[in-house]
Design a protein around this ligand. Structure first.
Ligand code: AMP
Length: 286
């Protein structure tokens, strides 16, 4: 596996692979890799000849009071995991390489970014879309794999890719969970043992609510959302949001929705955790 740290060398690598007729898959990450990330690498391996994992803790997507400086970093462990799972390249630029002095250009998606995490993390998606556009321009991929764990992020990136005509196929891979259902996340390591066990309520309440919503009519959803909030509060969570929206466009859930997204952001201690579930409504009469 090659480790590449400059944009020029990364572009050169990708152009050479393209000349050889090889397709490129990219998996953007902020490192501290866990099995959720590795599942994305495995998906990318199935879809492309060469897989590039990008490792960059992007400062522009963190708010001033967020966890940028203490975000977990473990380059050596990430390198070993990428190599063991067949990545061809680990692209690990530093912040000075990604953001040249005087950078003043941003990529902004103005619709899907507004609600959910966008509401409580102003500027977050501007940082995400900007860095992903830059990573696409550095790695020149045919396909990029993102996780359903960050449901809103995946939709925002798909919209950006379509709107700006990046020739990149966006694939969204399912959420990988711990044995007790907790969604894997680099931020889980911030949790104390007690917080971690209480936080299992997030996935449990999502699972329960998804079953209820599948069997109930939309007008009854307010009651189901209240149940979720009650469970989160009972476990000591501080709720940022619990929302039910259309899974395809993040608009409020309506009788026109074919799939619903039930999304949660909740703090346990100082750690903000997100998780979600998709409810397929199919031909159900509502
Ligand atoms: P991050 O390093 O947290 O920025 O995540 C990098 C990519 O991995 C994003 O596309 C995430 O959605 C995805 N990801 C993170 N956790 C999981 C998980 N538990 N299951 C699936 N994908 C995940």
């Amino acid at each position: 596996m090659e480790i590449i740290t400059t944009i020029a060398a990364m572009q050169q690598y990708s152009k050479q692979k393209a000349r050889e007729g090889k397709s490129i898959g990219v998996v953007p990450t902020m490192g501290c890799l866990h099995d959720g990330h590795i599942a994305l690498v495995k998906t990318a391996k199935k879809l492309a000849d060469c897989v590039i994992v990008t490792l960059f803790v992007n400062p522009t997507q963190f708010g001033p009071n967020e966890d940028f400086t203490r975000y977990p970093r473990d380059f050596e462990s990430d390198r070993i995991k990428c190599e063991a799972n067949g990545a061809e390249v680990l692209f690990a630029p530093n912040a000075a390489e990604m953001y040249q002095p005087g950078s003043s250009t941003w990529v902004v998606e103005e619709e899907l970014s507004q609600g959910l995490c966008g509401r409580s993390r102003p500027g977050h998606f501007r940082g995400v879309t900007t860095v992903v556009a830059k990573l696409f321009n550095a790695t020149l991929p045919d396909v990029a794999v993102f996780g359903q764990k960050d449901a809103q992020q995946a939709l925002v990136i798909r919209r950006m890719t379509e709107n700006l005509n990046f020739p990149v196929r966006i694939v969204i891979a399912p959420i990988v969970r711990e044995a007790d259902g907790m969604a894997m996340s680099s931020r889980n390591r911030y949790l104390s043992e007690d917080e971690r066990s209480r936080a299992a309520v997030i996935s449990a309440s999502l699972r329960h609510a998804a079953q209820e919503l599948h069997h109930s009519a939309l007008p009854e959803s307010a009651e189901v959302l209240e149940q979720v909030k009650t469970s989160l509060l009972a476990a000591g969570g501080r709720i940022d949001y619990v929302e039910l929206c259309d899974a395809d466009n993040l608009a409020p859930a309506s009788s026109a929705s074919k799939r619903l997204l039930l999304a949660i952001a909740v703090f346990f201690g100082k750690t903000r955790l997100i998780d979600n579930v998709i409810i397929e409504l199919g031909e159900k009469v509502r």
